[in-house]
Design a protein around this ligand. Structure first.
Ligand SMILES: [Zn+2]
Length: 327
């Protein structure tokens, strides 16, 4: 009996030893990583800026307006010849006072058959109310949203051009969400309408992760590591900020600061990892003085957009996209 116990103990020791050995021999590879690539395509920040400028010049992109329809047409016209496939998803959501909002999410896919995929996204609508204005009479005026919506769109449209010219060996979807900025300040339930609809109808779509761009174009933009993104997907935050370090970005700051609810919130809640690159200091327009206090005001126009910021961000994203390898 005793002998048997010794034998079992010896066996267990042997088994656990051999298991440990096996793990040492085959270290678990991450499912994706950044591998230095010497051929990173150029990011044409003039083209991205030009898109932001033209897109903003259409006027406020408020759901159900003529300008909103023009902005939708602009996106489709630019994306159609560039994307491998383009999905235009029209849907209706309830607004305030029985208004039915006609909304559209647009997805430009590259390498649509690839199983390993990521997505980049931004919202394309603009806010119906300039309710951060000090003058209450202005609260029902619509916002132009050159930075709040427009900047992310311009960067994604230039990325579409880059991805069309130089293929990646995994799949990328560029997703343009509608209805992000419809809600009144006290009512979070009417924000993120497009991304919420996307999350509710995602079906079998299961990308490795996503990157949201919001408020990315300001001349003096500061991109801290947004705290809810860290909660949801710290490894992706670290990878993106490592790409920023590799490209000597002046705008990415490797420090956690500010937690923001944004389009990435419903997406993370639906189980798809998504981080937010956002100039979060703008949110709240709380600086009493200074050019940067324009969030949700009539001053969110092209004058605040800096081509150097767009160039800096574009370099980070191109470095990231073209160094990313799935294992
Ligand atoms: Zn906004």
């Amino acid at each position: 009996m005793k002998k048997n116990i010794y034998l079992i103990t010896a066996l267990l020791i042997f088994i656990s030893f051999s298991c440990t050995k096996k793990e040492e021999e085959q270290p678990v590879k991450p499912s994706f990583e950044l591998i230095k690539n010497d051929v990173i395509p150029a990011f044409d920040s003039d083209n991205a800026f030009d898109h932001i400028s033209k897109f903003s010049a259409l006027g406020p992109r408020v759901p159900n307006s003529k300008e909103h329809q023009m902005a939708k047409n602009y996106l489709i016209t630019v994306l159609k010849p560039l994307a491998d496939s383009l999905a235009i998803t029209d849907f209706i959501q309830n607004g305030y006072e029985d208004e039915k909002l006609n909304l559209t999410n647009i997805t430009a896919s590259f390498n649509p058959g690839a199983k390993n995929r990521i997505f980049l996204c931004a919202h394309w609508d603009s806010r119906p109310w300039a309710d951060a204005e000090k003058d209450k009479a202005l609260h029902t005026s619509p916002v132009l949203g050159a930075n709040d919506g427009g900047s992310g769109v311009g960067v994604l449209l230039e990325l579409a051009k880059v991805l069309h010219a130089k293929k990646v060996d995994y799949g990328i979807d560029l997703i343009f969400f509608d209805g992000e900025d419809y809600g009144r300040h006290s009512d979070l339930s009417k924000f993120f309408l497009g991304s919420t609809y996307f999350a509710q109808t995602k079906g079998s779509y299961s990308p490795a992760f996503g990157i949201l761009l919001d408020l990315v174009g300001d001349k003096e933009a500061k991109f801290y590591k947004e705290e809810s993104s860290i909660q949801a997907a710290e490894n992706i935050v670290d990878l993106v900020w490592s790409a920023a370090a590799a490209t000597s970005s002046k705008h990415f700051i490797s420090e956690p600061k500010y937690a923001i609810s944004d389009d990435h919130t419903p997406i993370n809640q639906a189980g798809i990892k998504c981080i937010d690159i956002i100039d979060a200091e703008l949110v709240g327009a709380s600086e009493n003085i200074g050019r940067r206090a324009y969030w949700h005001t009539l001053r969110d126009d092209i004058d605040n957009i800096g081509i150097d910021t767009i160039d800096d961000l574009g370099k980070v994203l191109n470095y990231f996209i073209y160094s990313l390898k799935f294992n």
